[in-house]
Design a protein around this ligand. Structure first.
Ligand SMILES: O=C(O)CCC(=O)C(=O)O
Length: 224
């Protein structure tokens, strides 16, 4: 199903593909907002085991807030230390379900988490919305290696980061972020404001391209 989405053409008004420049040439980095357009993924992510598991973690039914695929193809860039909560203006808290499509290991840029730090709420940020260097350096980081098909759930307050993919294998991961059902449908508001929020944070010349409302992505623009 992830292959289906990756093969879709570029559009501005339905799903959104992002690309980056790598040492192997331009590569697909991320796709956002694909659930309305892929029945199989919609069924998998909105009903049954995954959404029920997130509901158990929330203690109430869960609702999809947003969804993305990060492809991290060979040469794909990493992500600076951050908390997703900084990027989510809607809702009190969120839980992301990460589904490993390929093996996630250290060499291909798996996530690293700072265990238990989600309990501290929002930490300081720099002007990109990421953790300041000294805050990130003060945390203990552990790699979250995963087998293909493995699933991990993490709070939007959990500090995490990842390295570039220095291996010849892709590290594709599906991230589905849920909010508590009692907070209503926040997905629509998030996606309708997302492009506007990002355009207010246009990076300067030579800065990494924005693929989120925070500047955590470390990649290069395809035109570079
Ligand atoms: O996929 C990765 O390596 C990091 C993803 C991430 O932290 C994000 O998209 O917020």
């Amino acid at each position: 199903m992830v292959d289906d989405v990756a093969a879709w053409p570029t559009t501005d008004d339905r799903w959104h593909h992002y690309h980056e420049q790598t040492e192997h040439g331009p590569a697909l980095t991320r796709t956002e907002n694909f659930l309305p357009y892929h029945e199989g993924l919609r069924n998998l992510l909105t009903a049954g085991t995954l959404v029920d598991a997130v509901g158990q973690l929330f203690g109430e039914p869960a609702r999809v807030f947003k969804e993305k695929i990060n492809y991290k193809l060979p040469g794909g860039a990493g992500f600076a230390p951050h908390q997703d909560a900084r990027a989510y203006a809607y809702g009190s808290h969120h839980i992301t379900c990460l589904v490993a499509i390929d093996a996630n290991h250290v060499d291909n840029g798996c996530l690293w988490f700072a265990p238990a730090q989600h309990r501290r709420g929002l930490l300081d940020t720099d002007d990109t919305g990421c953790l300041p260097r000294e805050v990130a350096a003060s945390l203990t980081w552990r790699p979250a290696t995963m087998a293909p098909g493995g699933v991990a759930f993490f709070s939007s307050f959990a500090p995490h980061k990842s390295d570039a993919n220095d291996s010849p294998q892709a590290r594709r991961s599906l991230y589905v972020t849920y909010s508590p059902g009692s907070e209503g449908d926040l997905r629509r508001a998030y996606y309708s404001d997302r492009a506007k929020t990002m355009s207010e944070h246009e990076p300067g010349d030579g800065a990494p391209p924005r693929i989120s409302t925070i500047g955590h992505f470390q990649g290069r623009d395809v035109s570079s």
